[in-house]
Ligand binder design. Structure first.
Ligand SMILES: Nc1ncnc2c1ncn2[C@@H]1O[C@H](COP(=O)(O)OP(=O)(O)OP(=O)(O)O)[C@@H](O)[C@H]1O
Length: 579
């Protein structure tokens, strides 16, 4: 609730307008039966034309005001709820960019998608329904009670009692339904996760003939959701039925009692018409509020889930007093990146992924990290970009601890090509300019040439329109190798001091791999290069090679030096030569 209020606050003018319009609408709607009652009583008493005409005119004005305010508040409510949802989505997305890889994994991709899309949608619909179904209630109830008591205090008390019954019923059912709705949202996450997993791995499912098993798993997930929904809806069906019963009992009682008072001359027949209208309108809005209450537990749960992400303090944050990296440059000896006795353990792991790792990368030099599967190579790349924080030791860029600078500054100085190439939907040009919007054709062309992408993208110097070539989500309209080459080109555009390749050559054939490394050597004269790789051929000619084994440095040096003195390296070379 507090979350929604926080997002309504910037829209306070719109929110105030909605409250005023709703109040005016309620009063105007209830004045219609009031003037109708006057008209009936005047007619029954054989009143003059002018008094009856005045009542008719007042009824017409009240009708116009009621319909005008209803239309106006409809527009205002739509605007308010859409703006609140927009701002929440913006903040949720911004937060997901702030979160570290570990923080993000705590929520999971499926849940983050559900929270950003479906949960905020539920909040938007609930906010809009709240304004239509709940907000008028206090104005309707207050005005109709005042008007009822004006006609007959006894009927006024009867109406108050009927409303109290309907409200108590609503509160009881709301309390009982809340846990069910919490469970429903969790099940929705589960459906999202299972669907995402199955749709992403649909070919694996087919190739392994697991269609029936996966269908059964999906069925179970959908069935769980359906059963819980039915239980929740059953509760609200009971609420509806009981409320109708209370309302109809009240109207029957009111007619019975009113007949008696009319006979006693306490009020006229017009008063009875007005009282019935107040009761019907008022209880109708209470019923609407109950329908809204049916949605409330779910909306509150969605708001809680959105707030949970927004309130999450990123485990990796910028320092309060960051070092200004605007004029930062490599150290006098050319050093750009240094791992100083770095150790790292994943928060939920029982062993260190890296222990006492020390090495450096310098301008004009290629440093490589090699090791078997799970030896900690990608973790080195992650720490260089501060996607994780070293548990012990220091990672330094230009002699400054990466924890002491803004992450944006770090990422401006370091270009990164991840293991699994990912392109954004759009065009080739938009993808290439991801790090630098202002990059010119010459720079793009150089990046395409170095990354060996020109042969399949085309020559942008003679035909710049190839930059408009569409890229599908994730780059799925390119082959794995082409995607890797384009993501390398993207990282080469724009200024950087260090380029980190995290096993980024694995999908390339040997000839392309070799051509790319040759081109890189020529182009990277003013930059430091860190290559994380499994293939010896990719790093054989590196200026410095760090060999990792179970997260520890098993040896460092050039290829020849390591062949002389590092058993682990010799073993890696031998295993790949045998292949
Ligand atoms: N999110 C995680 N939580 C816990 N442990 C992890 C996590 N990610 C990786 N690890 C563990 O950390 C170790 C190093 O992983 P890393 O991804 O750096 O290895 P790698 O050398 O890059 O492997 P590969 O060549 O297969 O990609 C492995 O033992 C791995 O199981």
């Amino acid at each position: 609730m507090r979350l929604v209020l926080r997002y309504i606050r910037p829209q306070w003018k719109l929110a105030t307008l909605i409250v005023v319009l709703t109040a005016v609408n309620a009063v105007a709607s209830l004045l219609i039966p009031t003037y109708a009652a006057d008209l009936i009583d005047e007619a029954a008493a054989g009143g003059g034309f002018s008094a009856m005409a005045t009542s008719c005119l007042l009824m017409a004005v009240a009708s116009l005001v009621a319909s005008g305010t209803a239309i106006w508040s409809g527009y205002a409510v739509a605007k308010l709820s859409a703006r609140v949802a927009r701002d929440m989505r913006d903040d949720l997305y911004a937060k997901s960019l702030e979160l570290s890889a570990y923080d993000f994994a705590q929520f999971g991709l499926a849940s983050m998608t559900t929270r950003t899309m479906s949960d905020i949608n539920v909040i938007q619909v609930a906010l809009s329904d709240f304004n239509f179904m709940m907000l008028p209630v206090p104005f309707m109830v207050g005005t109709s009670l005042v008007l009822s008591f004006r006609i007959s205090a006894r009927i006024g008390w009867l109406l108050t009692a009927a409303m109290a019954v309907v409200i108590v019923l609503g509160v009881v059912i709301l309390t009982a339904a809340s846990p069910l709705y919490r469970r429903l949202q969790k099940l929705l996450d589960r459906i999202g996760a299972v669907l995402l997993e199955n749709l992403t791995g649909v070919r694996v499912v087919r190739a392994f003939g697991r269609e029936a098993d996966e269908e059964a798993r999906m069925d179970r997930t959908f069935a769980d959701y359906a059963t819980t929904s039915i239980r929740a809806n059953r509760m609200f069906a009971n609420l509806d039925g009981l409320s109708y019963l209370a309302i109809n009992l009240f109207i029957a009682l009111m007619l019975f009692v009113s007949g008696h008072y009319i006979a006693l001359g306490e009020f006229q027949i017009g008063g009875l018409v007005a009282l019935s209208e107040y009761a019907v309108m008022c209880l109708f809005f209470l019923m609407m509020a109950q329908m809204m209450i049916a949605m409330l537990p779910r909306a509150l749960e969605c708001a809680r889930r959105v707030d949970e992400v927004l309130a999450c303090t990123p485990s990796i944050a910028d320092p309060d007093d960051p070092v200004d990296m605007a004029g930062a440059a490599p150290l006098a000896d050319g050093e750009v990146l240094r791992f100083d006795n770095v150790g790292f353990r994943f928060p939920d792991a029982s062993e260190d992924a890296l222990s006492a790792v020390s090495f450096s990368c310098s301008v004009g030099k290629t440093t490589a990290v090699i090791g078997g599967t799970g030896s900690g190579k990608s973790t080195v790349a992650m720490l260089a970009l501060r996607f994780h924080d070293a548990t012990t030791g220091h990672v330094l860029l230009d002699g400054v601890d990466v924890k002491a600078m803004r992450q944006a500054d770090l990422h401006r100085h370091v270009a990164y090509i991840q293991q699994r190439a990912w392109l954004f939907s759009g065009t080739v040009g938009e993808n290439l300019r991801h790090r630098s919007d202002a990059a010119g054709l010459t720079e793009l062309r150089r990046a395409l040439d170095v990354s060996q992408s020109a042969p399949f993208v085309g020559d942008i110097a003679s035909d710049p329109s190839v930059l408009a070539r569409p890229v599908a989500l994730g780059g799925s309209n390119f082959s794995g190798g082409q995607r890797q080459r384009l993501s390398i080109a993207r990282a080469l555009v724009g200024p950087s001091q260090l380029v980190v390749f995290d096993d980024s050559f694995s999908a390339l054939d040997f000839a392309t791999d070799a051509a790319l490394r040759r081109a890189l050597k020529e182009e990277m004269g003013d930059k430091a290069v860190l290559i994380v790789a499994q293939r010896v051929n990719t790093i054989r000619h590196a200026d410095h090679i760090v060999v990792l084994s179970d997260g520890r440095v098993a040896g460092q040096g050039t290829h020849d030096e390591l062949m002389d003195h590092c058993d682990v390296y010799r073993e890696i070379v031998a295993s790949q030569t045998r292949e």
